[in-house]
Write a protein that binds this ligand. Structure first.
Ligand SMILES: [Cu+2]
Length: 320
């Protein structure tokens, strides 16, 4: 304690505090108001895809699937998985069915289309989105569109078609927002965990169907995809067959031995008599089986040419 108190200091301090509060309070109050009523334009975030830490399980979702924004706001889609996706608003009158299957050689599919402000009826496309840089495409990791006009706008992933869609609900400027970004994010976290659980369950079911002559070549159920060969290594004898079964309902894969062809979509080689070198199933659609007869001893590595960059690869050991 000081021996010579200055009685004037306290009132001065109080005055200063009141002045400071007077300056700070309106800022704090307007900040709170903005969080609830959306008078000023803002940018919202939607996740594109989701994955387990080992990338084996991939989600087919935009999260959140529905987002409520106001006219003048922007949405930024962020790539959140190794598996490729697109964010695509179809032109008026165009159906998602008419865009399928995904064309990996067309700029309409793999390159950005449209401007940065959504007009409500033209074709807009993000290009190929992925969170890795070796998918074989020129990946984009984020895509932003401004929404100047009110309306409900549904968009799709051109890779996964009707199974993967989302909607941007744009309401009049100044409308109260039903959810904050943080509330969306909490829901997104829960949804992601459910997707990963779904994928691991499929993986476990696939193990029950696999044996030394049956490989499950991926699985999907419209929610999650298992991007692995199950089991990745089989051991057989010369003259025996291995069947590769695409167990999914939406996602194609390939069974590709030897050097990967520049275009992995057409079949290549004779699966009835494989003795090494190039052999490709071509695009193996869901529900289809590719059977290979191995007529020479050896160790044969193979990949899914679409998903090898995040671990979809296997090995057939053929013994005498
Ligand atoms: Cu695959």
């Amino acid at each position: 304690m000081t021996a010579h108190p200055k009685p004037l200091l306290l009132p001065r301090l109080r005055a200063l505090m009141i002045l400071l509060l007077a300056l700070v309070l309106p800022v704090a109050l307007s900040g709170t108001a903005a969080a609830d009523s959306g008078k000023s334009a803002r940018t919202w975030t939607v996740q594109v895809g989701s994955e387990s830490s080992d990338q084996a399980i991939q989600g087919m979702s935009f999260l959140p699937k529905n987002i409520f924004i106001n006219a003048g706001d922007k949405v930024t889609w962020e790539a959140n998985s190794a598996e490729i996706h697109t964010v695509t608003f179809l032109a008026a009158g165009q159906t998602i069915e008419s865009t399928q299957p995904f064309d990996p050689f067309s700029p309409l599919y793999i390159s950005a289309q449209g401007g940065t402000s959504y007009d409500g009826h033209s074709y807009y496309n993000s290009g190929v989105m992925s969170n890795v840089s070796d998918s074989g495409f020129a990946e984009v990791d984020s895509y932003t569109l401004k929404f100047p006009d009110a309306g409900d706008f549904t968009y799709y992933c051109l890779v996964h078609g009707a199974a993967q869609k989302g909607t941007v609900h744009v309401r009049a400027k100044g409308t109260d927002y039903p959810y904050t970004q943080e509330q969306y994010n909490n829901r997104v976290d829960r949804a992601e965990r459910a997707i990963i659980r779904d994928g691991y369950k499929q993986w476990s079911d696939a193990r029950d169907q696999a044996d030394s002559h049956t490989v499950i070549a991926g699985s999907d159920d419209g929610v999650a995809m298992v991007m692995r060969f199950i089991e990745p290594k089989v051991v057989i004898h010369v003259g025996e067959k291995v069947s590769f079964v695409n167990n999914g309902m939406g996602e194609p894969h390939t069974i590709t031995f030897g050097d990967e062809p520049a275009n992995p979509f057409p079949p290549l080689g004779d699966p009835a008599n494989y003795t090494g070198g190039q052999l490709n199933s071509g695009l193996l659609p869901p529900g289809v089986t590719f059977t290979v007869t191995f007529n020479k001893a050896g160790v044969y590595d193979y990949i899914c040419a679409l998903h090898d960059y995040f671990g979809m690869a296997g090995k057939v050991v053929v013994k005498d």
